[in-house]
Design a protein. Structure first.
Length: 79
């Protein structure tokens, strides 16, 4: 793998990580300030479960892609 590809890959993974954190925080803020004021416990509980599953799915996909990038990085020098 060329040096510029490594730099771009690391930068992209950093940006994706920050973006996922912002999505996660935004979902919790929406829940806190849009859904919770109505105080409907069933909807609030479902929203917390949905946000938790969204968070797990986002991080799972992130780590799979990171693992694949590391495998490509290590394979890059071998031909």
């Amino acid at each position: 793998m060329k040096k510029w590809q490594k730099i771009v890959g690391i930068t992209v993974f950093g940006v994706i990580g920050i973006y996922e954190l912002l999505l996660w925080v935004n979902a919790y803020l929406d829940l806190k300030y849009i859904v919770e004021p109505y105080d409907i416990s069933d909807i609030i509980e479902r929203m917390y479960l949905r946000i938790a599953s969204l968070s797990i799915a986002l991080w799972f996909n992130y780590f799979i892609a990171l693992f694949m990038f590391i495998c490509l990085w290590r394979k890059g020098g071998k031909k």
